[in-house]
Design a protein around this ligand. Structure first.
Ligand code: GLN
Length: 250
């Protein structure tokens, strides 16, 4: 089910609407609107706060749209629907703490990266799983279609992986003793562990990754604008400031 849950109006949008020409100029499907497909179950990158979708990606996307003179519209869909949505031009970009992978590059083009991340392992306190090797033969929960799902299925066997629609559901299954571990990105892991008693994150990381924004393959007009905006947001400290708002330095 596709829902449109959040609409951010760019500051100065009326003034700059003409700058977001749509079509050939910006490469967006709809004139004046930048449609971002996400899965808002991934704090601190995108999550629900009341009726709004907030988080690092939501704010960075709003800043990009602002620079393009576009209105940002956020579509909240299943994570594994984001790439199809972008490839079929129903959304202009996919931004969802999405890891750049060679496989995904077959279907979409990626912007410059804007974050580094890692896949980590969450286990209950007192678990006999203390390292990646100990995961052999255990039941591992993941969010469907994520790199955690893909890598765990490869390394530990499809039959040992339980897939959930939301990372939080995997974590709940872990607290209920239905599964032995969860593999998920480090920042959502920190949020979920802080919200649930009795869970820890293993020190040994599973995989290092980088996040970027996905656009339709060959949509260079849009990709160039997104890259230019991201590079400006990196250079002027806006990206760091947005990240610092959501992630406390440790
Ligand atoms: N970074 C992971 C991936 O790209 C998970 C992203 C997510 O769940 N939103 O597959």
């Amino acid at each position: 089910m596709k829902k449109i849950l959040g609409i951010f109006l760019c500051a100065g949008m009326i003034m700059s609407l003409a700058a977001c020409g749509g079509g050939a100029k910006t490469g967006t499907a709809q004139e004046g609107v930048l449609v971002m497909a996400t899965n808002a179950e991934f704090p601190p990158y995108e999550y629900h706060e009341g009726n709004a979708i907030v988080g690092i990606d939501a704010e960075v996307a709003a800043a990009i749209a602002d620079k393009m003179g576009c209105t940002l519209e956020i579509e909240d869909i299943a994570f594994d629907s984001i790439i199809p949505e972008v490839s079929s031009s129903k959304a202009d970009m996919g931004m969802a703490g999405m890891t750049v992978t060679e496989d995904r590059k077959q279907n979409v083009d990626f912007s410059v990266t804007y974050a580094t991340a890692r896949q980590v392992v969450i286990v209950p306190e007192g678990s006999d799983i203390a390292s990646l090797d100990d995961l052999e033969g255990k039941t591992i929960g993941v969010q469907q279609g994520t790199t955690g799902d893909i890598y765990a299925s490869d390394d530990y066997g499809d039959e040992n992986v339980e897939r959930y629609a939301k990372g939080m559901e995997a974590v709940q299954a872990l607290t209920q003793g239905k599964i032995d571990a969860v593999i998920i990105d480090n920042e959502p892991a920190r949020v979920f562990v802080s919200e649930n008693e009795g869970l820890i994150i293993l020190d040994e990381a599973y995989a290092d990754e980088e996040y970027a924004i996905a656009v339709r393959k060959g949509n260079t007009a849009l990709l160039e604008q997104i890259n230019a905006a991201l590079n400006e947001l990196k250079a002027d400290g806006t990206l760091d400031a947005i990240v610092a708002k959501y992630i406390s330095a440790e």
